[in-house]
Design a protein around this ligand. Structure first.
Ligand code: SF4
Ligand SMILES: [Zn+2]
Ligand SMILES: [Zn+2]
Length: 497
């Protein structure tokens, strides 16, 4: 993936310093929020109390740029925090992902003891990735994958390049109300240290040691900086009801109606492609905002931006495979490659008589007793763009296709978004669904290499109903990182904000 010209990078990584034992450096992961700002101010005020040198030459403040931070958070830190860092000559390193793939590495946007600005974005933004995937930030297996990709990956790669095999003290802003999170973090770090066979870093939680809870942290920052600090998070964060109270979040959306409209559009596309994936599960930000008349201007801005946005018609097909069940394991051992709803052999005598295998469609139409437990397995999604135009034109296309192919029109249960369905999932697994929907353009066509084959085997259908506007991108082999992502300084450091 080529990087924008603003981020010209040299061809190779700087050499990784090799050392062992302690580096003697304390790293503060600076998220721009109240907790890490409080720690930073305390470090500046009393370095020795926190085991730092009086001149703070052994402190590195690292900020991972997601590209979607609120402008008022950037402004706050630039006005009130950076002057203090400059005065104390504290080193601030700003880093961002180099691109979508890990092989694109990490770009150092700035590394300075006299920082003048906080970068709004690097060559990659979390929201761009979400927009092209047609989704919103989500949890996966209890993890915030967005945060791992946008922040954790950059911080780990930068630290590995900076310290080599030397270990450092990693300062994290958990406050006294977050002891459970700190304990979990310590356990994870212990596991990582054990797996590496050495100490990678030593976690340090100064706010917990000092018994400062969230209220104490906010009061301290207010006292020091004279203005209440605003919470720091990506504008489209699915934890925005947690990161900030709902009221504070909605107030911020009202102050930034354009950003609000962008977030609402991102959510709209996500729901168009998957009814169940709004910003807060099935509950959408849009439905929350419409509950309160104070948000009318934001909702209108969104309506205008939706009307103006270039649109596409997406043909969305899904295969829901069956998961293996206890029955399936009992009768088909380790090796059942095609678990089915009735994956229960030997079948009952009645089933064998009444529903001979040759007559079974995708699922046994027989009595309940014939079937084993139905459990949903993996779901595969294919998104193909079959038409492009303005909003009215793409909606007209969907209506015309629905009339021509006898599709069923239905508004989404949560979103109200209208879709033309030509295949609806059945009760058992495997099963499939398919529909056409008009929504803002920008989602990249995507499906697994064997999707068509499996879709045809399951449904008897051949390809899409609409004519895809473009070919699927060729699957590219994953690029190697030689075990370690590149960490590269940007040569041009001034992206427009
Ligand atoms: S602030 Fe929210 S959206 Fe942004 S990286 Fe963190 S969890 Fe993800
Ligand atoms: Zn089976
Ligand atoms: Zn049967």
């Amino acid at each position: 993936m080529s990087l924008p010209a603003l981020f010209d990078v040299p061809a190779s990584s700087p050499a990784v310093p090799v050392a062992s034992g302690p580096s003697g450096v304390t790293v503060l992961s600076y998220g721009l929020g109240a907790d890490s700002t409080a720690i930073l101010l305390r470090f500046l005020a009393h370095p020795e109390r926190y085991g730092l040198r009086p001149d703070l030459s052994d402190l590195v403040v690292v900020h991972a740029v997601t590209g979607d931070e609120w402008p008022d958070s950037l402004d706050y830190v630039e006005r009130l925090v950076l002057p203090r860092l400059r005065a104390a000559r504290v080193r601030l390193v700003q880093i961002a992902r180099g691109g979508q793939e890990d092989a694109d590495g990490v770009v150092i946007l700035d590394d300075s003891r006299a920082p003048r600005r906080v970068f709004a974005h690097g060559p990659w933004r979390l929201s761009d990735e979400l927009r092209s995937a047609g989704t919103v930030p989500q949890m996966a297996n209890g993890n915030r994958t967005c945060s791992i990709r946008a922040k954790g990956f950059c911080l780990d790669a930068w630290a590995a390049a900076e310290f080599g095999t030397a270990w450092f003290r990693r300062t994290i802003g958990y406050h006294a109300g977050e002891i459970g999170r700190a304990e979990k973090d310590s356990r994870i770090q212990d596991g990582l240290n054990a797996a590496a066979g050495r100490t990678l870093c030593e976690p340090y939680y100064p706010l917990i040691h000092e018994g400062m809870d969230r209220a104490a942290v906010e009061a301290y920052v207010l006292e020091e900086l004279g203005e209440p600090i605003r919470k720091s998070y990506c504008a489209m964060c699915c934890f925005s009801g947690v990161c900030a109270s709902r009221d504070a979040h909605e107030d911020r959306l009202r102050r930034h109606p354009r950003i609000a409209a962008d977030v609402l559009r991102l959510e709209y596309v996500s729901q168009a492609l998957n009814e169940k994936v709004a910003l807060y599960g099935t509950t959408s930000l849009r439905s929350r905002l419409t509950e309160d008349g104070r948000n009318a201007a934001v909702v209108e801005e969104f309506a205008r931006s939706l009307a103006r946005a270039p649109h596409a018609v997406y043909e969305v097909r899904r295969i829901y495979f069956a998961a293996r069940t206890a029955d399936c394991r009992t009768w088909h051992g380790q090796d059942c490659r095609a678990p089915r709803w009735w994956c229960r052999q030997p079948r009952t005598e009645h089933c064998a008589r009444a529903h001979p295998v040759a007559e079974l469609g995708p699922w046994c139409a027989g009595a309940e007793a014939c079937r084993g437990e139905a459990r949903k397995g993996q779901a595969w999604r294919s998104v193909r763009t079959v038409h492009e135009g303005d909003r009215a034109g793409t909606e007209a296309y969907v209506w015309a296709m629905a009339a021509e192919h006898g599709m069923r029109f239905e508004a989404g249960e949560h979103s109200g978004i209208e879709r033309a369905h030509y295949l609806t999932e059945g009760d058992g697994y495997p099963t499939a669904s398919a529909y056409l929907v008009a929504a803002p353009a920008g989602v990249h066509d995507k499906q697994r290499p064997r999707f068509e084959e499996r879709f045809t085997a399951l449904t008897g259908r051949d390809g899409t109903v609409g004519m895809p506007v473009r070919e699927l991108p060729e699957p590219r082999p994953r690029r190697a990182t030689a075990g370690r992502p590149l960490v590269r300084p940007a040569e041009s450091l001034i992206p427009p904000r």
